[in-house]
Design a protein around this ligand. Structure first.
Ligand code: DAH
Length: 341
């Protein structure tokens, strides 16, 4: 029996040496120190031994048990230390290494201009009204004082859809009718920003889609002086306090009288350069007093109400501001262009 215990001890210790991980170790413990291990069976069988044999075997069994437990603890500790050591070695971070910088997206230049325009008009008490991009022929033309076959319709090359009378708006002006019909007879002060579409040859100066910001004020005593004063205030906020403006007579079917507003060329200071085509002035918007027929179509009595309106191209203003010479950059998605803003 004593020999058997020594054999058992040797075998157990040899096997323990081979245990390479927590799982091995656990299995070993069950096998040699568990409740149905051979060692436990021997201990339980002590009482069947003769009086002479019992003390020696008992003592020896205890020794083996203690030795195995101690060996187990030691092995367990060294495995743990080794695991910790390895993870410290393999997962080490050099916190002094410079980080990778995150590249930032940015707001598209046309949207930057739009936001600036919103802020200026908001400051002057104008709300933003979002009107639809898919329009009817009626709103885009007829209600704006351009009946069918009216030659002025040719000013806007139009994308028609396969649905008769449905088109992509060529300007933001049809939004005027929508707001008026919604608000009449309340006074109105809104801007109407959004995308417009024109069936045109794409060149450095013209795109088939672009943003406009329309403006509309309707009330009981609105005059051309209000139009000029308000647009001058806008120009000073947008282009600087010193900017000079002028209004030139023009024609739009939906306003009477109509005008175009120029600002003094800020590239040459009015001397004449390539950008202003040697005139010293840059055209930035169309405007006028809302035509009585348009007021009427919007549900306002032109005998009682009057109003002014204007429309400007966001990309055009952005091009003037930054000296961008080709409108195609706005849809080119070229980061070398976009990252400059
Ligand atoms: N809708 C015109 C265009 O697209 C711009 C315009 C001119 C709008 C005069 C207006 C206005 O509201 O009064 O060319």
């Amino acid at each position: 029996m004593l020999e058997r215990l020594t054999e058992l001890e040797d075998k157990a210790l040899a096997e323990l040496e081979q245990a390479a991980g927590q799982a091995d170790l656990k299995a070993w413990k069950v096998k040699y120190l568990g409740r149905s291990a051979e060692l436990a069976t021997i201990t339980a069988g002590l009482r069947d031994l003769s009086k002479e044999e019992r003390p020696a075997v008992g003592r020896r069994a205890n020794e083996v048990k203690n030795a195995l437990e101690k060996a187990y603890e030691a092995h367990f500790e060294s495995l743990r230390a080794e695991t910790l050591d390895r993870s410290l070695r393999e997962e080490r971070l050099d916190v002094t290494l410079p980080g990778r910088s995150v590249s930032h997206g940015r707001v598209h230049p046309a949207n930057q201009t739009l936001r600036q325009i919103y802020a200026i008009w908001a400051e002057m008490g104008f709300q933003i009204y979002l009107s639809r991009e898919v329009e009817s022929d009626e709103y885009n033309f007829t209600l704006l004082n351009m009946p069918e076959y009216h030659p002025a319709r040719d000013m806007w090359d139009t994308f028609h859809t396969t649905e008769p009378g449905v088109l992509l708006r060529t300007h933001t002006s049809p939004g005027q009718i929508h707001v008026m019909r919604e608000r009449a007879p309340e006074p109105i002060r809104v801007i109407l920003p959004g995308m417009c579409y024109r069936y045109e040859q794409i060149t450095a100066r013209s795109e088939i889609q672009f943003n406009q910001v329309e403006g509309l004020a309707v009330g009981r005593h609105i005059t051309f002086a209000d139009l000029k004063g308000t647009l001058n205030a806008f120009a000073r906020r947008m282009f600087g306090q010193e900017v000079r403006t002028r209004f030139r007579a023009a024609h739009f079917p939906f306003t009477e009288p109509s005008a175009e507003m120029d600002i003094e060329c800020f590239i040459c200071g009015g001397e004449g350069c390539q950008v202003c085509k040697r005139t010293g002035w840059l055209e930035i918007l169309g405007c006028g007093m809302v035509h009585p027929i348009v007021l009427h179509n919007g549900g306002y009595d032109p005998q009682v109400f009057s109003g002014f309106a204007f429309g400007m191209g966001t990309e055009r203003i952005t091009m003037l501001k930054y000296g961008i010479e080709d409108i195609r950059y706005f849809w080119g998605n070229d980061l070398r262009f976009l990252e400059q803003f």
